[in-house]
Write a protein that binds this ligand. Structure first.
Ligand code: UD1
Length: 424
């Protein structure tokens, strides 16, 4: 397994180009199953999760061609296999996103249950209940969801107890080709849900209300083809900004959108950063200052994103003052805390809260990545630690950060990838 070797102490300076959003591109690729026409997607990040999704769609019969400009041309006219096997779903929970499109377009699907996930229980009951309410016959057994419907799915009123991002997306995609109107209440308002809705509408879907907690979808008979550019990645943007804040540097994130990061930018300002931005760029200047600790509670959008929690906990460990972070989305999302402690961080966990007392510096250590955003927090900690940090199991980071070591190195970090077989 590859590792990252980091020698801490360099402040970050310069420009970093932000990639397309992982959490947009995955549902948008799945949504390509809904049309027989050609679709061209651009601003696609080169990530392991994208490769896995392409492999999943490819084995269903979808034709995917990567163009010279790295956009992808997709045609799903000859889909002949409606099966998402465990070996692919296991590595990427978002594979569940093919369920809604397959049932609504082809009347059948067999999708593996995602199984245990490091950051919590993460069930898919909303996905299943919603499709049942729309008329699908669903059997969940032997680790698989078997779904079928005779004729078309029927529009229905759907409501979630808890806000679910992929649940909203799956049912929205199913509703696009259903007969009649579907109303999704307590829907996720995340920008990636809006990106998916905008993409589907560009192909002729009739979706309104996205970005609010009630989404209304009027089913149509078929979708057309088209071209679409995926939204910038707000979590990747936030991660580089936190990295600059922790190291006392000054960076500009380009090809991004400040509108997607309002609460994150507010927290960075509270931590002492000077922030300026334009339509598609954000500059953070820490003026060589040590950050101040911040307090927050993770919430569904537009609240503070759970996907930025780990990075801010890393910031709090070297900030001045005490920090208190409450995680409300996932029940087991503090696994980075014990790894950060190995680097000298003073963190106490109690239930869904992480209390920290910032130290002037961390010390390098050998640590292990446990999930995608946790791995990012360990890399950030390594950037400010004294000495050498070795982050193991960085396959997690490759799921969601395009060329992270190249991008950080360009900003002045001392980081390199140690390939699997090498010894150091
Ligand atoms: C998505 C994001 C992930 C982000 C998360 C929360 C993608 C590919 N992933 O994950 O990066 O951290 O949103 O913003 O977009 N729940 C249920 N039953 C369900 C579905 C969810 O109880 O059927 C619960 C989950 O256990 C969790 C909460 O709802 O406590 C939110 O989960 P959800 O929004 O569904 O997360 P994902 O869509 O998997």
């Amino acid at each position: 397994m590859d590792k990252h070797l980091i020698r801490g102490g360099n402040p970050l300076y310069g420009e970093v180009k932000i990639s397309g959003a992982k959490n947009s591109v995955l549902p948008i690729l799945a949504a390509c199953l809904l049309t027989d026409q050609n679709v061209r997607l651009s601003n696609i990040p080169h990530l392991n999760d994208v490769t896995t999704t392409m492999e999943l769609l490819g084995q269903m019969g979808v034709k995917l061609t990567v163009q010279e400009d790295l956009s992808i041309e997709i045609n799903a006219k000859e889909v002949n296999n409606f099966y998402a096997p465990y070996k692919l779903v296991r590595t990427m929970r978002a594979s569940i996103l093919v369920l809604g499109p397959l049932v609504t377009k082809y009347g059948q699907a067999r999708v593996s249950l995602p199984g245990g996930c490091a950051i919590g229980h993460r069930p898919v009951d909303f996905h299943v209940l919603g499709l049942r309410k729309m008329g699908a016959d669903i059997d969940v057994k032997n680790g698989y969801i078997d779904a079928s419907v005779k004729g078309r799915l029927k529009g229905a009123e759907l409501s979630f107890d808890v806000v679910s991002v992929t649940g909203t997306e799956n049912l929205m995609m199913a509703a696009v080709l259903a007969e009649g109107t579907t109303v999704i209440k307590n829907a996720a308002r995340e920008p990636e849900v809006c990106d998916l809705a905008n993409f589907l509408n560009s192909l002729g879907a009739q979706i309104s209300g996205f970005g609010t907690s009630t989404i209304v979808i009027d089913g149509v008979d078929a979708l057309s083809g088209g071209s679409y550019r995926v939204l910038p990645d707000r979590v990747e943007t936030g991660t580089y900004l936190v990295a600059a804040a922790m190291t006392g540097g000054k960076i500009t994130a380009k090809n991004t959108s400040p509108d997607l990061l309002t609460v994150v930018l507010e927290k960075l300002e509270e931590a002492g950063a000077n922030i300026s931005f334009g339509k598609d760029w954000i500059t953070l200047d820490m003026r060589k200052e040590r950050p101040k600790a911040v307090n927050f509670t993770t919430e569904p959008y537009p609240g503070f994103p759970t996907d930025m929690q780990a990075q801010f906990l890393a910031l709090n460990t070297i900030a001045s003052g005490k920090g208190e972070i409450t995680e409300t989305i996932f029940e087991n999302r503090f696994m980075h805390a014990q790894e950060l402690r190995r680097m000298g961080a003073n963190i106490k966990l109690s239930g869904n809260k992480a209390y920290s007392v910032g130290a002037p510096h961390l010390t390098g250590a050998q640590v292990m990545a446990t999930d995608l955003r946790a791995s990012a927090s360990l890399v950030l900690a390594g950037l400010v630690a004294r000495g050498q940090t070795l982050v193991d199991r960085i396959y997690h980071i490759d799921r969601g950060y395009e060329c992270i070591e190249e991008k950080l190195a360009q900003l002045g970090a001392d980081i390199k990838r140690i390939p699997d077989a090498s010894s150091i």
